[in-house]
Design a protein. Structure first.
Length: 124
């Protein structure tokens, strides 16, 4: 490989890495307040809050992802910031059916909202 070809390849690699870094969304820090309920009920039942903690727990244990539904109707999908990603139901299950305050990084894309939860606690 000639020096000229090595320089061309290096330049392409640097440009690709730079483009990926600029294209990634780092999210914004935010606090979200709402009810933890199963995603199917949040979308199909038009609920303002969960039917019960037992119902949300049963749906989560059946495989339905838990979400946070805010008072204004925004649904936040809890996500992991790891690759490969992991489900967040285990983290949310203790709060199923309860109103919570969650803080972390919020992401929005195509009308959907997601949160990487750094801290979560039940509201009093």
């Amino acid at each position: 490989m000639t020096f000229r070809n090595a320089m061309k390849i290096s330049l392409v690699v640097v440009l690709a890495v730079t483009a990926l870094a600029w294209g990634s969304d780092t999210g914004k820090s935010a606090t979200v307040k709402g009810y933890v309920l199963d995603s199917a009920c949040a979308f199909t039942k038009g609920l303002q809050k969960p039917i019960s903690a037992e119902c949300a727990t049963a749906c989560a244990k059946g495989g339905s992802p838990l979400v946070i539904l805010t008072d204004n109707g925004t649904i936040y999908w809890p996500i992991a910031d790891t690759t490969p990603s992991s489900g967040q139901n285990d983290r949310l299950l203790p709060f199923a059916g309860q109103k919570v305050t969650a803080s972390g990084k919020v992401f929005e894309r195509g009308g959907s909202s997601a949160i990487v939860i750094e801290k979560i606690e039940a509201q009093k």
